[in-house]
Design a protein around this ligand. Structure first.
Ligand SMILES: Nc1nc2c(ncn2[C@@H]2O[C@H](COP(=O)(O)OP(=O)(O)OP(=O)(O)O)[C@@H](O)[C@H]2O)c(=O)[nH]1
Ligand SMILES: [Mg+2]
Length: 416
């Protein structure tokens, strides 16, 4: 009986053992499957993430490259546009630009004078009419008086001495031309002496002397065209092969520096800007130092516009001039006052004050295209006894050139 029981118990135990082992094996198998599956899932996820990251990076690089290519394309197009613009501008010769620029002065003033004479004017009312036109041209009282006196002499002398028939045969155009030639001579004589000796000294300093860096200081009242003129000059000198450094000494307005920077980039010349807190003299000093170190031919200094009667601001310019001479005793070699043609008689006042403070070497006469008073140049030169060095007749880069007295008078009076 005992044996039977023992066998039964053993069987039961064996059965249980077998099934537990089987159960454990199944459990282990399940755990193994779960672990393997988890590992596979994790590896797949890691791979997917890595792949995604690589794809994102590639995409990013592609985008950066696309942006770079687009930027290069835009820059090239801009360069091409600027070159085309310059070529387009260059196409019009300076003589035509000057003539077009002086159109208003010619039409409103000098043609009218010619017309008065082509009507055969020699009576008092005609001279009154002339006086009015000449004052409107801002020739100034002294010059108007001189011119009227001479005209009276010529007209009365001419008609008295001449054969009446001969005069009748002269058509209006011939009379007008004759008087224009008379005006040409009159004006030429009054400007000639300042434009043969001093201009040569002022404008051809670099070529004729052994000055290493020709320092040009540009001054004037607000908005007359200083910065624009510097841009045009930088372009001009740079295109002639000269090395130019421009000093942004207008530390008064941040926008002034940006405006100058655009011009300097266009002209491909170096610009020295203010360090924080530095004054205009500091910038001028740094600009000249940089120009001398790099062997530049020109150092052109832009200054802030100021009223000629503001003593403090005029002192600031004097200081700037002094500071430059510390680096080069002969600097600045040119101090050029920019005058807006529209200013008329007030330009003389401005010029007198700037001349007193700085001993100007010359004048740049701008905006002759926008005014009928381009003839006032004669009065300014006669009063100040300094030459006009450059003349501006428009906003484009080619609208500035050296002032040539003969060329200017021919364009102003439409003679020769
Ligand atoms: N029509 C015409 N406009 C000109 C000429 N020269 C300059 N200008 C314009 O005059 C305006 C003033 O010129 P700027 O060069 O900024 O004058 P600025 O003297 O530097 O002015 P501030 O620095 O403010 O004193 C600009 O719109 C120029 O384009 C010119 O010869 N003819
Ligand atoms: Mg300016």
């Amino acid at each position: 009986m005992d044996n039977v029981n023992t066998t039964a118990t053993t069987n039961i135990l064996n059965f249980v053992n077998t099934h537990i082992t089987l159960l454990l094996i199944i459990l282990l198998a399940i755990v193994a499957v779960v672990i393997v599956t988890t590992i596979i899932i994790i590896r797949v996820r890691v791979r997917t993430r890595a792949k995604k990251k690589v794809e994102e990076k590639v995409q990013e690089e592609v985008t950066v490259e696309k942006v770079r290519v687009e930027k290069v394309r835009v820059e090239k197009e801009e360069e091409k546009r600027v070159v085309e613009e310059i070529i387009e501008e260059v196409k019009v010769p300076w003589s035509s630009r000057l003539k077009n620029g002086l159109l208003r002065s010619r039409g409103d003033i000098w043609d009218k004078i010619g017309n008065v004479f082509s009507r055969g004017a020699s009576d008092e009312s005609s001279f009154e009419e002339l006086e009015e036109i000449l004052y409107a041209a801002d020739l100034g009282p002294k010059l108007v008086e001189e011119l009227l006196d001479e005209l009276k002499k010529v007209s009365t002398g001419g008609t008295n001495d001449k054969n009446e028939n001969e005069n009748e045969n002269e058509n209006e155009n011939e009379i007008e031309k004759k008087f224009k030639l008379f005006l040409y001579d009159f004006l030429y004589k009054r400007m000639e002496m300042y434009h043969t000796t001093q201009v040569t000294q002022a404008t051809q300093q670099t070529e004729k002397t052994n000055v290493i860096t020709n320092v040009i200081m540009i001054v004037g009242v607000n908005g007359v065209g200083k910065t624009t003129t510097i841009g045009k000059l930088a372009m001009k000198y740079s295109s002639e092969g000269a090395k130019v450094v421009v000093g942004a000494c207008d530390t008064f307005r941040a926008a002034a520096v940006d405006q100058l920077e655009v011009w300097c980039k266009r002209a491909n010349v170096q610009m020295v800007r203010a360090r924080e807190g530095s004054d205009p003299s500091g910038v001028a000093y740094e600009a000249l130092q940089s120009a001398r170190n790099s062997g530049a031919n020109y150092c052109i200094l832009d200054t802030a516009g100021r009223l000629h009667n503001n003593a403090n601001l005029m002192e600031e310019l004097k200081k700037l001039k002094r500071v430059l001479s510390k680096l080069d005793a002969s600097a600045p070699h040119q101090i050029l006052l920019v005058l807006d043609a529209i200013t008329g008689q007030n330009a003389i006042k401005q010029a007198q004050e700037f001349h007193r403070a700085l001993n100007l070497t010359g004048i740049i006469f701008t905006k002759c295209d926008g005014s009928a008073k381009a003839g006032s140049a004669v009065a300014i030169v006669q009063e100040l006894k300094i030459p006009i060095v450059f003349i501006g007749v428009g906003e484009s880069v080619e609208d500035l050139d050296k002032f040539d007295l003969k060329e200017y008078l021919e364009a102003l009076l439409d003679v020769h």
